[in-house]
Design a protein around this ligand. Sequence first.
Ligand SMILES: [Zn+2]
Length: 67
Amino acid sequence: MACFNDSDTQNPDMPSSFRGNKQSLPSKPCAVCGRPMSWRRKWARSWSEVKYCSDACRGRAANLRQP
Ligand SMILES: [Zn+2]
């Protein structure tokens, strides 16, 4: 990833929580909406099986799979 530290002070659209990867927790995109999901402790055992960021996306995926 590139370093955006040069001129990121004027970007009100960016949530401040998005900036700065203090912790090097793993993350991957949701299979449905594509949003990056950050690792959560409750996923510690099933991280490789986690595909959706929320129950809503899980439901959407189920709907998409229906023939
Ligand atoms: Zn999602």
